[in-house]
Design a protein around this ligand. Sequence first.
Ligand code: COA
Length: 384
Amino acid sequence: MSTGTVVDRGLEGVVVGSTVLSNVEGQVGRLTYRGYDIDDLAPNATFEEVAHLLLYGHLPNATELKAFKAELAARRSLPAPLITAMQAVPKTAWPMDVIRTVTSGLALFVPVNSHGEHVSDVHSAIELIAKMTTILASWDRIRRGLEPIEPRTDLSHAANFLYMRTGKVPSEIEEDAIDTYLVLLADHSYNASTFSARVTASTRADIYASVTSALATLTGDLHGGAASATYTNLVAIGSPDKAEKFVHDEIAKGNRIMGMGHREYRVRDPRAKHLEAIAQALSKHMGNSKWYPIARELENHSQRILAAEHPDRKIYANVDFYTAPVLADLGIPGDEFTGVFACGRIAGWTAHILEQLADNRLIRPQASYSGPPPGPFVPIGSRK
Ligand code: COA
């Protein structure tokens, strides 16, 4: 590529493909899945309905939903050797490392064809959706020195996830909280992890390899790691009255305020209001836990101070911001938040992978070369 080429670092605003799965309208703050506004889906549809919508193209009728839920439930258990492998892992291992590795390991228990490929279809997608929560809940218990709990087939996806963590069927408010969270996180167009999954799928790698790519990409704190980082901030702040000083100190140190800002949204992330309402309700349910009040103050001060710092850049709360108080009040450790994100986004990842495979073209961009010009090879004896 010639010098002087315009380089789109970060691909901001660059359209690299199309999708029918979800649409992010950043200027107005609207997110739709196959034409359905998340403002309608969050209060009215379960995660199972949304996963069906993404994978099959329509909201299920009652018969379809029953069959979909039955298939999800039947696929929840993990191969026993993967549980044994997790039990052999140091308890200090980072949850996302475990989740990524065990998800990749699922492929070992699925037959391959003569080319070493696994079938990538809607059933393998359901398999991955079903097992992601089991992997996370099992690791949570194993790292705490407890036996993993076998999934139940009579509970919803959300309720079973919380049940596998504690052995207790969750209250309605807890089940609804995690269910709505999973709905809100299910898809978000060509975000970094989904794009990564599509790049991998575009090489005609299978769904297990592509999801493993997505999990690796989700890990960083500019993407799925931001909720954990927000929780770390809430802990450091400690009480609502300390939030303002915290923001000033972070900015003075040149740090970013985690959970604030978005590549696409120039208004508040449309998912934030739903998560804020859940955080507020859960805080009350938990006897006025402190996480929501701290988060509320942190958002107020962050928004005001960042507006003064960056008058041309609209920086508002994103989806990860109120994820932190929600998951904290559900008793989930901060370092597992990215894993819970994955439990929602796996629905979108798998739908995008199948969409990519159905109409594939290898994704292979160019780079502007900025190294030295061509020169002679230097034999080893002549090197300095
Ligand atoms: N805190 C402080 N400053 C921020 C900020 C934040 N959360 N988000 C953006 N900014 C500032 C940047 O420092 C930059 O300032 P500069 O132009 O003086 O260098 C300016 O706003 C533009 O940021 P940029 O990184 O170019 O925007 P982006 O589109 O790449 O950023 C994010 C999007 C998400 C990466 C960014 O907002 C961020 O880092 N947020 C915190 C991490 C987070 O919550 N990630 C989850 C996203 S869902």
